[in-house]
Design a protein around this ligand. Structure first.
Ligand code: ZN
Length: 162
């Protein structure tokens, strides 16, 4: 396992659509290991592969309920609306209020290539949506009603960092 460097701000890779994982190779498994390590070391609750410079549709999520790894994730159902403050490991010192679905169902593959489905509400739904947006080159600042730039914000404190 290795810590990878995060990509930040106007790095073009954050604006590039990632490609599906076609085959689960040792390199993909290494990517998954490195992503969770990088997410945890940076006190994140979610990470998408483009954030470490890899244009593959891979996300890791852990809101404190255990690690979820998903390849080629997509939202198959969404309901309701919630609005909350979000931050992003790739956009230090920025936060903003973003509308997300209150409930989603997400489907993808786990590291064994087995299809997995998750039902998510609240924060978990937010994180899935935020990370899947990253795979499409979309950042929370694109959707936020107001972006707050604050030198004083502690990223791992009040704001949910993905
Ligand atoms: Zn993010």
């Amino acid at each position: 396992m290795a810590l990878r460097n995060l990509r930040f701000n106007d790095d073009k890779i954050l604006r590039t659509k990632a490609k599906d994982v076609k085959e689960i190779t040792p390199r993909i498994l290494e990517l998954l290991d490195d992503m969770s390590e990088t997410m945890y070391k940076n006190n994140g609750i979610g990470l998408a592969a483009p954030q470490i410079g890899v244009l593959r549709r891979v996300i890791t999520v852990d809101i404190g309920e255990g690690l979820i790894e998903l390849l080629n994730p997509h939202i198959i159902e969404e309901k309701g609306v919630q609005k909350g403050l979000e931050g992003c490991l790739s956009l230090p010192k920025k936060s903003g209020y973003v509308e997300r679905p209150e409930y989603i169902r997400v489907r993808g593959l786990n590291r064994e290539g087995v299809s997995k489905e998750y039902e998510a509400t609240g924060l978990l739904a937010v994180v899935f949506c935020h990370e899947i947006d990253h795979l499409n080159g979309v950042l929370f600042i694109d959707k936020a009603t107001e972006v707050i730039e604050d030198e004083e914000i502690e990223l791992n404190n009040e704001v949910e960092v993905n």
